[in-house]
Design a protein around this ligand. Structure first.
Ligand code: ZN
Ligand code: ZN
Length: 257
């Protein structure tokens, strides 16, 4: 049995819980882009506390992903995985033996949960996104990338659920008050996925066993949940309401696989 839950998504902070197993579940926190108090509040809303987290995986060094990872790990003695590049980009802090280095396409066996990190094109030192499996279900997590490479697409095959960045509507971004350099950064090859780019990915990996598509990392200024639901549901041939949108602070309910 596997389930996942966004604790919040967007440039204000990202964190996603992945839980596998029955009576004694294994709980992974993917990204930790919140303050420690806010993280506790959101874990509480999920019926959990920091002590319940068994491992942390950090995708890259941007503040909306790294957040309180160091404090959390040391305070609760939780092992943390991140790339060498991410670790050096945050100043190579000492994790007191809790740090594990994650590498592209190198499987990580956490016992109840197996992870497969993969490289994505994003303006960070060595960003990794990942898929997770308990042996029977597969969840793909894909945020913070400018475009989908063949490498990314290969890693997202046969997912039963997808947490997928749908950052901006290209027209809204074009018309926005963002300065030109920021528009180029967000919309560029090493920035964030547009709704149309997300739809193309969803369409390409769609199969009969794909149960949930959760739209994530929406821009507060250059996107709207209803636009995302429309574009993604068109691409997947489902109803707009079937697309769950992860809120900036509300996240999502538990999504069962
Ligand atoms: Zn981000
Ligand atoms: Zn980022």
């Amino acid at each position: 049995m596997m389930r996942f839950r966004s604790l919040g998504s967007g440039s204000g902070g990202n964190a996603t819980l992945v839980e596998a197993g029955g009576l004694l579940p294994f709980r992974l926190l993917v990204d930790c882009g919140l303050g420690i108090r806010q993280l506790a509040v959101r874990l509480g809303q999920a019926g959990l506390q920091a002590e319940d987290i068994d491992a942390v995986f950090i995708t890259h060094e941007h503040g909306d992903h790294i957040g309180c990872a160091h404090t959390l790990a040391l305070r609760y003695r939780i092992p943390v995985w991140m790339s060498q590049g991410t670790h050096s980009a945050i100043g190579s802090p000492d994790f007191d033996g809790l740090l594990h280095i994650a590498r592209d396409a190198k499987a990580i066996d956490m016992g109840g949960l197996q992870l497969m990190p993969f490289t994505v094109p994003h303006d960070a030192r060595e960003p990794l996104q990942l898929s997770c499996t308990d042996g029977s279900s597969k969840l793909g997590i894909l945020t913070d990338l400018g475009h989908a490479t063949p490498h990314v697409m290969a890693h997202l095959q046969a997912c039963h659920a997808l947490l997928l960045e749908s950052n901006h509507d290209t027209d809204l971004l074009d018309q926005s008050v963002y300065p030109p350099f920021l528009k180029r950064r967000v919309g560029g090859d090493y920035g964030h996925l547009s709704n149309m780019a997300a739809a193309a990915i969803a369409n390409a990996v769609n199969h009969g066993g794909l149960k949930h598509v959760v739209a994530a990392h929406l821009s507060a200024k250059n996107n709207r949940p209803d636009l995302v639901q429309e574009v993604l549901s068109n691409a997947l041939g489902c109803q707009p309401g079937d697309i769950v949108v992860a809120g900036p602070s509300s996240g999502t309910p538990w999504m069962q696989l």
